[in-house]
Design a binder for this molecule. Structure first.
Ligand SMILES: NC(=O)c1ccc[n+]([C@@H]2O[C@H](COP(=O)([O-])OP(=O)(O)OC[C@H]3O[C@@H](n4cnc5c(N)ncnc54)[C@H](O)[C@@H]3O)[C@@H](O)[C@H]2O)c1
Ligand SMILES: CCCCC=O
Length: 512
């Protein structure tokens, strides 16, 4: 997700120009042949005789083949993680943090290489991919710092006795990732898990398997013991084998609501959303328009927290919509590795068709396409097989329409008008999901009053989709369980042990 460039990576523009000049990958030129599974310190093949195509979304060509893991391979990865856990969990937080800081340095040195791989495998623009890599690095740095602060409580009891609690790691944790932020999700899950003394087996989406294996190599190079962070590739079958493995203590899952419902264990569930963005007539219009674009079109609209139901107060509705449409039409679509590109390719052909299907359905239900919503064919011949569409704004929407109720997970914004604060709160909360919500207003009292009543886990006032790793992120209702990032996440990767310490003699009430 987007972060403030100046805050997180000073000199990014200059660095970007420099790295663009030395870019070793160009769209349509890369083929990956090395195995994408990784455990016990090495890349490994998957099940013999099984291969799946992995595509480059910008061109539609085959990028590599994924060898999915079956029961035997998942077992080997979990065994490796169990071995690593024995020593890793006994290190001090400072010692664990040192390895993680080294991993963060390595990521910084490979920023451009990782970002390019993400673009080639996911289709998002290089500008966004760099920020995802930064977020991954910052997350690892942040939890490296927190590793040494893990502590329990000391409880004084009568007679000099006391009790204490301490936080202990859980064991082997499983991480399951979605395809929209492949490297970032792998870091957001592994950083708190490893900082707390756990080991991890991570399964990326089969659509975007490439960069998780790079992260595994980085941890290994940083000095992590063999088996600390492992990657098993595959889809539903591999995911299910991993989640149900008896030696897996916890699952942290990022993906859709229907899949999340199938995963049972102590879990962190980071699921989908259909988040509302409320724009009041006293908003700074320029900021509100920019906010709506941030809330809908980052990562080709493939962001879980997107504010796709944009409620605009009636007095400013025409002006707001005309400005949003104008700016949406100006979004530069094309080769995601070009610096000028603001919107790259959707992740796969089938997903593109699904998103376009939602636009067709919206039209049938009475919505008006104010712009976009069409397949897009870039002029360069090598991009003609890519999975592009024009970002879409839908007008004449009603709350009961499919486009307003269901997660589309593509660049499609629905605009709706409202009259009063009470009305818009009722309509905004009328959903089974509750990942995020946003409000634009200049009235600070209204902002807090509205946010207090919004039933969503991550709320934004006068901005949208800003996710510093120091603050918790996650959803209410069916959008999830638990949080990622921030201090609170340490609680999800540890268990609390209470120890009573007797300093006198045992009083045996049954014998005396
Ligand atoms: N809340 C968040 O933080 C967050 C972040 C990113 C994406 N998302 C959501 O993810 C969805 C898009 O991602 P997707 O299409 O990859 O989701 P998905 O649910 O189809 O797949 C997610 C992962 O689960 C695996 N999987 C599938 N069946 C499984 C099973 N039975 N057991 C275990 N694992 C299984 C998949 O292989 C993949 O790795 C959207 O709904 C989006 O909103 C949420
Ligand atoms: C890892 C960031 C996920 C944001 C939602 O799609």
């Amino acid at each position: 997700m987007l972060r403030r460039l100046s805050h997180y990576h000073r000199g990014t523009a200059a660095a970007a120009r420099l790295s663009a000049a030395f870019r070793c990958v160009s769209t349509g030129s890369l083929t990956i042949t090395e195995p994408l599974n990784f455990w016990a310190g090495q890349r490994k093949p998957g099940q013999k005789g099984h291969k799946e195509h992995v595509y480059e979304p910008a061109t539609g060509r085959i990028l590599c083949h994924l060898e999915p893991c079956g029961a035997a391979e998942v077992n080997q990865a979990v065994e490796a993680a169990k071995k690593a856990f024995i020593n890793w969990s006994k290190l001090s937080g400072m010692e664990r943090g040192r390895v993680m800081i080294e991993a963060a340095h390595l990521i910084e040195g490979k920023r451009e290489e990782i970002a390019e791989m993400e673009v080639v495998n996911n289709g998002k623009s290089i500008t966004e991919a760099r920020l995802d890599v930064d977020s991954a690095r910052l997350c690892i740095e942040y939890y490296a710092g927190l590793a040494s602060t893990l502590a329990g409580q000391h409880v004084q009891l009568p007679g000099g006795s006391f009790a204490y609690t301490c936080r202990e790691p859980l064991g082997v944790c499983a991480g399951i990732g979605a395809w929209n932020y492949p490297f970032q999700i792998a870091a957001w899950k592994s950083a708190p898990a490893l900082a707390c003394g756990n080991s991890m087996v991570f399964k990326p989406s089969p659509v975007t398997p490439v960069t998780a294996a790079m992260l595994a190599e980085i941890y290994a190079k940083a000095g992590a013991p063999e088996g600390l962070f492992n990657v098993v590739q595959g889809g539903q079958e591999t995911g299910s084998l991993l989640c149900q493995h008896p030696d897996v203590a916890k699952v942290s899952f990022t993906g859709s609501v229907p899949t999340g419902r199938k995963v049972l264990k102590p879990v962190t569930l980071e699921l989908g959303g259909k988040s509302p963005l409320l724009i009041f007539k006293d908003s700074d219009l320029e900021n509100a328009v920019k906010g709506a674009l941030m809330a809908n079109f980052l990562s080709q609209g493939q962001v879980c927290s997107n504010g796709t139901r944009v409620f605009v107060q009636r007095d400013i509705f025409p002006e707001f919509v005309s400005e949003v449409v104008k700016r949406t039409q100006a979004i530069e679509i094309g080769d995601p590795l070009l610096e000028s590109t603001r919107m790259g390719a959707l992740v796969s052909r089938s997903h593109l068709h699904k998103v376009l299907g939602f636009v067709e359905q919206a039209k049938k239900e009475g919505a008006t396409v104010l712009c976009g919503g069409e397949p897009f064919v870039p002029s360069h011949p090598k991009l003609r097989g890519g999975f592009y569409m024009t970002p879409c704004v839908l007008g004449d929407c009603r709350d009961e329409m499919t486009c307003v109720k269901e997660e589309i997970f593509g660049p499609v914004m629905s605009v709706l008008s409202f009259e009063t604060e009470e009305e818009v709160l009722r309509r905004a909360n009328d959903t089974t999901m509750g990942l995020a919500a946003g409000v634009f207003t200049r009235d600070v009292r209204r902002a807090h009053r509205v946010v207090e009543q919004l039933k969503a886990g991550s709320c934004f006032i006068n901005n949208y989709n800003i996710t510093p790793v120091e603050v918790p992120f996650g959803g209410f209702k069916t959008s999830g369980i638990g949080r990622e990032n921030g201090q609170v996440t340490l609680e999800y990767y540890t268990q609390l042990k209470t120890v009573y310490v007797e300093m006198g003699d045992v009083e045996n009430c049954t014998l005396d």
